[in-house]
Write a protein that binds this ligand. Structure first.
Ligand code: AMP
Ligand code: MG
Length: 356
């Protein structure tokens, strides 16, 4: 089951938060990169799903129904799409030994969408990436690496996988071994395993937006660990201003701002999950060609589009493709824009990505 951290802040005219507003505003004005939206009535809750901190913020005078509905949906999707939750659709496919497996219509849709982006990118995006995700296990390695550890020591201790281990993992990475007929998923390589980590959060954000709109919420922000989905406009009718984080900066260290009304802004960045040895960053976005973390001079790719599913798939895809091929790909797709940031913090925008 998921872990759930309940941090609810209901701001209304009677709360201590409201009484402290003048002080908070004064403090916020001293920090120019922090958005100041203190006068709105809002409810915000944070949880932990799909290995990610998520925050839902609903604006206006809402009761707890819509917020609870969001967290019920997050629970439902975690139990459907997580690779590590026993009995989820993805878990069932991965433990089928190559036998056809029945999944929900939503899982089937997501797998088909993922396969579309695999074909579009000639395998840069590949949901059979699991053996490499497990081998690199970036999240746990980050807590294991010790100060001053050399590459040789990290190889000897298994912190950095050996070439042989990578070769072995690569044998089972091939999206063409996944077939999806209706709601039946089959892996023609019984040792292959799928991982929807590069696309699931986007899909869930889209579903949450649809749910909130159907529940009559006109103004909300959904943040699934860097996947931001805006719902409607700000309560005063103006557009949302979404800050793009400066790579390796704090979450309030903003490099540029994007205005949105209902669109999604999704970033894939090395700094989200990584460990460092001998000055080299080993991060979680893996290149199915080399078996190593994608190493092409990029530190982040941000995608702006209506659909968060598309944003999520394309942010991971473009990160692996690299700057030139990524820019070309996005320019070829209508309604999608991108911002690429390189290691020297240079920003490269597609033609329709907003300038500051
Ligand atoms: P994102 O943060 O959306 O870029 O997704 C990164 C996550 O997607 C990783 O933590 C893996 O679970 C998965 N992943 C890593 N590399 C790839 C890849 N080349 N294709 C598809 N999924 C990937
Ligand atoms: Mg992604």
């Amino acid at each position: 089951m998921f872990q759930y951290i309940y941090l609810s802040v209901k701001e209304n005219a009677h709360s201590p938060v409201r009484r402290l507003l003048p002080l908070m505003l004064a403090a916020a004005l001293l920090l120019p990169s922090l958005p100041v939206c203190a006068e709105e009535e809002k409810t915000s809750e944070t949880g932990f799903f799909l290995d990610t901190v998520i925050t839902i913020t609903l604006y206006g005078d809402t009761d707890s129904t819509a917020m609870n509905g969001c967290f019920d949906l997050l629970d439902e999707y975690e139990n459907m799409l997580s690779r590590t939750v026993e009995g989820s659709d993805v878990w069932n496919v991965n433990h089928s030994g190559g036998e056809p497996t029945e999944v929900s219509e939503e899982t089937a849709y997501l797998i088909e969408t993922a396969l579309y982006y695999s074909e579009l990118s000639d395998g840069a995006f590949d949901i059979t990436i699991t053996p490499l995700v497990e081998l690199w296990d970036v999240q746990s390695k980050a807590s294991q690496v010790s100060e001053g550890e050399t590459t040789e020591e990290a190889l000897a201790s298994g912190l950095i996988p050996s070439d042989e281990e990578i070769e072995e993992a690569l044998l089972h990475i091939d999206y063409t071994t996944v077939s999806c007929e209706g709601t039946t998923v089959t892996l023609s390589d019984p040792d292959a395993e799928i991982d929807l980590g590069g696309i699931a959060k986007g899909y869930i954000a889209d579903c949450l937006e649809e749910y909130l709109l159907s529940a009559g919420i006109e103004s909300a922000l959904i943040n699934l660990g860097g996947n931001v989905q805006t719902v409607g406009t700000k309560p005063d009718g103006s557009s949302w201003k979404i800050g793009i984080q400066k790579p390796f900066g704090g979450s309030s260290d903003i490099i540029t701002v994007v205005e949105c009304t209902g669109e999604s802004v999704v970033t894939s960045g090395t700094y989200e999950r990584y460990f460092e040895v001998d000055g080299i960053i080993y991060h979680h976005i893996l290149d199915p060609n080399t078996g190593y973390p994608a190493d092409n001079g990029l530190v982040s790719v941000t995608i702006l589009a209506d659909s968060s599913t598309i944003c999520d798939a394309l942010s991971t895809t473009c990160f692996v493709l690299g700057l030139e091929d990524g820019l070309d790909l996005i320019e070829s797709i209508d309604g999608v824009e991108a911002l690429f940031i390189t290691e020297d913090e240079t920003m490269y925008r597609t033609s329709g990505f907003p300038e500051d």
